[in-house]
Design a binder for this molecule. Structure first.
Ligand SMILES: Nc1ncnc2c1ncn2[C@@H]1O[C@H](COP(=O)(O)OP(=O)(O)OP(=O)(O)O)[C@@H](O)[C@H]1O
Length: 251
């Protein structure tokens, strides 16, 4: 099977400082891969370098069978949907217009139908005609998630998609990303909530100081040793009826 996304040994710098030091990531179709790590570890940089938004000084990026560099802008847009960490929007477009931007490949009317469907999936169908600047932060975040879903892309990249969402919306967001994976998409998602990362991701990649320091099934990647060394936490991932939960305290 060809991976949906392959980032091989990426190096990159920001402001003259190394932010990626040989980091790699593979996302297969049908799986949700979580990228976790402390603040400033390089998670966003990894995603951005893998999308061609941050210049890399070494390494290779493949989307499916194509090198990133060989994809036209249109092919790239059809290949990947990206939900950036920064949810700033400039224009006060109504929600269905914003969500329809994800479906740029469709004629306007079909794009709007897709957008409304995605707004319903994220639970804000009632806000379809409301300007996105006239919403709460969480409502706007749901609209931007709808835009991501509207891409229907084979690779979905979401940078902290549950930040600022209420618990129900957090679970809904991760369930939706899981269902996209079940339908065949590869999903890469950065998360700070390690319990939810363990519960919803098939595999986790742990980043620290621009390097991948652990990778594998959540219970393996979030070993007590990694929790201590990378996250400064003493604890473990324990199985509960609701799924794996991180039980930890600060070291
Ligand atoms: N525009 C920039 N100029 C200079 N340094 C930057 C810039 N953006 C990010 N950095 C630095 O790059 C490093 C990695 O940042 P990055 O945003 O990738 O981390 P992250 O793991 O996503 O963090 P967080 O969990 O806080 O979002 C950090 O040290 C950060 O200070």
């Amino acid at each position: 099977m060809t991976a949906a996304w392959t980032l091989a040994s990426l190096k990159a710098a920001q402001g003259g400082q190394s932010v990626l030091d040989g980091a790699s990531l593979i996302v297969q179709p049908g799986e949700v891969v979580g990228i976790v790590g402390p603040n400033g570890a390089g998670k966003t940089s990894l995603l951005r370098a893998g999308l061609g938004l941050l210049k890399r000084s070494a390494g290779e990026v493949w989307m499916g069978q194509h090198r990133l560099e060989n994809l036209s802008a249109a092919r790239l847009a059809a290949s990947v949907g990206y939900l950036p960490q920064d949810r700033r929007v400039t224009w006060n477009l109504i929600a269905e217009q914003v969500a329809s931007l994800g479906a740029v490949d469709l004629p306007d009317e079909k794009a709007l139908i897709t957008a409304r469907d995605c707004l319903a999936r994220v639970g804000v169908a009632g806000l379809a005609k409301r300007g996105v600047l006239d919403m709460s932060g969480g409502e706007r975040a749901r609209v931007l998630l709808a835009r991501l879903l509207a891409t229907r892309a084979p690779l979905l990249v979401a940078d902290e998609p549950i930040a600022g969402l209420d618990p129900d919306a957090q679970l809904l967001t991760l369930e939706l990303l899981r269902s996209e994976a079940a339908a065949g998409a590869g999903v890469a998602v950065t998360l700070h909530d390690l319990s939810l990362a363990a519960r919803f991701c098939d595999r986790l990649t742990v980043i620290d100081a621009g390097r991948v320091v652990a990778e594998g099934k959540p219970s393996e990647a979030l070993s007590p040793e990694i929790l201590a060394r990378v996250f400064r936490l003493e604890g473990e991932v324990i199985a509960t009826a609701a799924g794996p939960v991180l039980a930890a305290r600060r070291l």
